[in-house]
Design a protein around this ligand. Structure first.
Ligand code: UTP
Length: 228
């Protein structure tokens, strides 16, 4: 199966350290060994937020703040590359063409961000669309898509399945400022909708959920194409 995985920085690098990165690398290597073709996009997490906050205090504009965030996503991508065996690209591809070429060679592209104005969820979604992935997995800090913020509302309910159109309307109101906390940004949701791909939003704090998502046996939210 061809799978693109968008790993939130807050689950891969909750603080700068090696344990979670090593655990993710081990799962990705197992999945590769099982014959899956993988592409990975890594987020910036709390470190990106700290840089963005500091930059905002210093008067940087939103594009400059996005550029700080992108730099951190690429740092995190390099950490994952360090943990992977030789199959990973030696540096994070900075555009989708380079990442697709790596996948076509049989390598594992590990990207960070690309351009200002969106998050790595959008980068992952565009990569999945570009390489005709069979499945896109968002490994996030929230174990699925909920009807309210589960960290703030004890009655928040997880959707087992949503159509892409339903996802678009759910995330539509969330802000897109640099460092925004949205689980999947609006651009990602819209790219997913037009692509007609199937996606899974899973709890990324346990990398084993990647395998569960690929096996179609996960506890998160499945996003189905609208026509389904
Ligand atoms: P993330 O993709 O990490 O966003 O990019 P996030 O929503 O904070 O996700 P988590 O916490 O990792 O799960 C961090 C910031 O970097 C900039 C944006 O400002 C984003 O909020 N960024 C990232 C871009 O501008 N373009 C990109 O392609 C990627």
């Amino acid at each position: 199966m061809k799978v693109v995985v968008s790993i939130g920085g807050s689950v891969l690098v909750p603080s700068v350290g090696s344990d979670r990165v090593a655990a993710y690398a081990a799962v990705l290597e197992d999945l590769e060994a099982a014959g899956h073709d993988l592409g990975v996009v890594v987020g910036g997490g709390p470190t990106a937020r700290e840089y963005i906050e500091a930059g905002r205090d210093l008067g940087a504009n939103e594009i400059e703040l996005d550029q700080l965030g992108i730099a951190v996503t690429r740092l995190n991508a390099r950490l994952l590359i360090a943990a992977l065996e030789d199959s990973a690209t030696p540096v994070p591809p900075e555009d989708h063409e380079t990442a697709r070429a790596a996948l076509q060679r049989g390598d594992l592209p590990v990207m960070g961000g690309t351009e200002a104005g969106h998050t790595t969820d959008a980068v992952g979604t565009a990569l999945a669309e570009y390489v005709d992935a069979d499945l896109l997995v968002y490994a996030t800090s929230v174990p699925g898509v909920y009807d309210a913020d589960p960290n703030e509302d004890p009655d928040a309910t997880r959707y087992e399945e949503l159509t892409a159109a339903e996802l678009v309307s759910l995330v539509g109101d969330l802000e897109v400022d640099a460092g925004s906390n949205a689980p999947v940004d609006l651009l990602a949701a819209k790219l997913l909708q037009r692509s007609g791909m199937t996606a899974a939003v899973v709890d990324g704090t346990d990398p084993a959920n990647l395998r569960a998502a690929i096996d179609g046996d996960h506890d998160g939210t499945t996003i189905l194409p609208d026509e389904s």
